[in-house]
Design a protein around this ligand. Sequence first.
Ligand SMILES: NC(=O)c1ccc[n+]([C@@H]2O[C@H](COP(=O)([O-])OP(=O)(O)OC[C@H]3O[C@@H](n4cnc5c(N)ncnc54)[C@H](OP(=O)(O)O)[C@@H]3O)[C@@H](O)[C@H]2O)c1
Length: 264
Amino acid sequence: MSRSHYRALITGASAGLGEEFARQLARSDYSLVLVARRQQRLESLAEELRSQYGVEVTPLVADLSDPKAPAELVAQLTRRSVDIDLLINNAGAAGPDLLEGRDWPAHRAYQELMMTSCAALNHLLIPSMRERGYGRVLNVASMAGRLMRANDTTYGPAKAWMIAHSEALASTLRGTGVRVMALCPGFVRTEFHAEPNMHALRDAIPDWLWYSSETVVREGLAALEHGRVVYLSGRLYRWLDPLTQSVLTRWLLRRLSVLRSLSD
Ligand SMILES: NC(=O)c1ccc[n+]([C@@H]2O[C@H](COP(=O)([O-])OP(=O)(O)OC[C@H]3O[C@@H](n4cnc5c(N)ncnc54)[C@H](OP(=O)(O)O)[C@@H]3O)[C@@H](O)[C@H]2O)c1
């Protein structure tokens, strides 16, 4: 099958990594379904990709923190007789602190966006990929899912779940033609750090720790095709990872968080 017959669904396609996935896949002749909340952004990206690459692009507005959203999205695809060959679960955001924010519905909506919507889309779309004997799923996790730290009680744990979920799916689906991969970027220049509460973190990170969306997406798509199950994006992060996984580093991080809480 030529790439022009493949169709990709990208969540969080209105900005950052999702927008870059859309650009690189359109360049490779994929038909696209673009999902996010900001309709205007999706429509102007769709228009640009149609006119630049001549591919079919369908923007679908959805709020993935709404539990009904994944099933409604898939119902729209079914009505249009659209099969998805490549699913990119990319939508995500920094989350509220689990112990500080007292608004449980906001926490539940965050967990829905970061984990349940991804599980739901995988649940709804992977069986038909398996039946057709071909499918690709790329779950955008993070280096934050590789290293648990004090004061990150939501984002890092959600990304650790994303990695474990991808590994379990990949081994379950071995030999079926369906591949699943967790992509773990480090710091990437997108709108992710644009919220005022992220500025201090963004400004504290040295330039050499940042990667571009172009690199992360290009490496991620190639790794998926090479059959990787967990892929750490960026040479620097691949070098740093064994250090972060070491017993000594984990012990040091635990000690540092104890010292910090004593000095608070
Ligand atoms: N940037 C980094 O340093 C970095 C590092 C590691 C991993 N990641 C991960 O990469 C993924 C993409 O993030 P990014 O860096 O590209 O951030 P971004 O530029 O802020 O883009 C986030 C995307 O997610 C969508 N989104 C957010 N909430 C949504 C909701 N409730 N329903 C539907 N769509 C929603 C946004 O669209 P709308 O606002 O239009 O809905 C947007 O398209 C995330 O999963 C993030 O955790 C980012």
